[in-house]
Design a protein around this ligand. Structure first.
Ligand code: PHB
Length: 397
């Protein structure tokens, strides 16, 4: 491992999809991942959202990464909003030109992509830590440390920073600005062996706080409670969690307690890093932006970035065109800000707000959403991904 065309740092959704796309075009690519394969595939700390936009599902299937999701995922044609003791359904196909969503856990998709990439002869170096980058404007060099503690150097034509929200590669972009927002909420999340509250997701707005009822399968429920960012998880024994989940459902459905497989706290925050490139270094996915989890846009934005950068690299290698690479930040900021906007909107719409005036506005807005065809359409179009991966669907058809 001395030279490659493209070096991808990080084996998450963005890095793996980009690596797969390049590899199948015969453009040499090496993936360096700081964590072990087992950690990526099984660590409960990596449990992420489980909703794919229709575009994400289509892209994965079209490029040969859809086997697992088609076998073990679920099509959902809508979601429910619960408010004031009533369930309101948002019907995606009728509101969003036939689009819908696909329920499949992000870490399952990561596992599938790792397996597929390796089967196809792709190279991923696990537990390789990147310790430095140099010559990013000419011939990039990546200094790394192997699991045995030896240092080495890889030369590449391009470096892709796909190293997540704690990205170190981001630090190599001079003048980078993080446009940031913190939210006054966190989610207490559980994964439990029990039937989901309903056959589709329920987003419940309740005076006690927001709650989300999601799933991984008909026997695996994934539920969340709005809590304070500094909430102490020790104060949430299992019985209290189940009781609170049922209270916040407000009588529209019931969850039956089941064994907890995991319990976690996710503070809400958002940022966009700009620019997302310098010389021959390009950022994709969480390294460049994060969203709060409401609306499950994180992986979908990572996919949109990866496809955008793939197109630019493809045009460079096949046609000698540099314009796509030069415009990487501009191209991505379109879908990234659309994703940030929708995540912000849905988060603000559904979470109980600490400021009583804002809380009054929020409930007025929610009542409009529940009764306005136009606002339901807005929600459905954004949720299913019209402005995010929807941009890139059809490239491979
Ligand atoms: C999840 O299933 O984990 C999930 C679903 C929808 C969201 C966020 C998380 O908006």
């Amino acid at each position: 491992m001395k030279k490659t065309r493209v070096a991808v740092i990080g084996a998450g959704p963005a890095g793996l999809l980009l690596a797969h796309l390049l590899h199948r075009e015969g453009i040499s690519v090496v993936v360096l991942e700081a964590k072990s394969r087992a950690y990526l595939e099984t660590s409960p700390h990596r449990i992420r959202a489980g909703v794919m936009e229709w575009g994400t599902r289509e892209i994965m299937v079209q490029v040969g990464l859809g086997e697992g999701l088609l076998r073990n995922g679920y099509e959902h044609r809508g979601i429910y909003l619960a408010y004031a003791g009533e369930l309101h359904r948002i019907d995606f196909p009728s509101l969003a030109q036939g689009w819908r969503i696909w329920v499949y856990g992000q870490q399952y998709q990561v596992r599938d992509m790792i397996a597929r990439f390796l089967e196809e002869g792709g190279k991923i170096f696990f537990e390789y830590e990147v310790v430095g980058l140099a010559d990013l404007e000419t011939t990039p060099k990546i200094r790394f440390r192997t699991p045995e503690g030896e240092e080495g150097e890889l030369e590449a034509e391009f470096v892709v920073g796909a190293d997540g929200s704690h990205s170190r590669t981001r630090g190599f972009i001079p003048g980078l600005v993080l446009k940031e927002k913190t939210y006054p909420f966190a989610w207490l999340g559980i994964l439990a062996e029990t039937a989901p509250a309903a056959e589709e997701l329920i987003y419940a707005s309740h005076p006690r706080g927001f709650a989300l009822f999601s799933m991984r399968s008909p026997t695996l429920a994934r539920n969340y409670l709005q809590v304070r960012p500094d909430e102490n998880l020790d104060e949430w024994p299992e019985e209290r969690i189940w009781e609170e989940l049922n209270l916040r459902l407000g009588g529209v459905a019931q969850v039956k307690p089941g064994p907890l497989l995991e319990k976690s706290l996710t503070p809400h925050r958002a940022y966009v890093a700009e620019p997302m490139q310098h010389g021959r270094l390009f950022l994709v996915g969480d390294a460049a932006h994060v969203v709060p989890p409401t609306g499950a846009k994180g992986m979908n934005l990572a996919v949109a970035d990866a496809v955008a950068l793939f197109q630019a690299l493809w045009a460079f290698y096949r046609k000698g065109a540099e314009s796509g690479l030069k415009r990487h930040t501009e191209t991505c900021r379109e879908h990234v800000w659309q994703g940030e906007f929708f995540s912000y909107w849905m988060t603000s719409l559904l979470h109980t707000q600490p400021d009583p005036f804002i809380e009054g506005l929020r409930q007025a807005e929610l009542k409009q959403v529940l009764t306005s065809e136009a606002l339901k359409r807005f929600l459905a179009e954004n949720y299913t991904g019209r402005h995010t991966t929807g941009r890139w669907v059809g490239l491979w058809t």
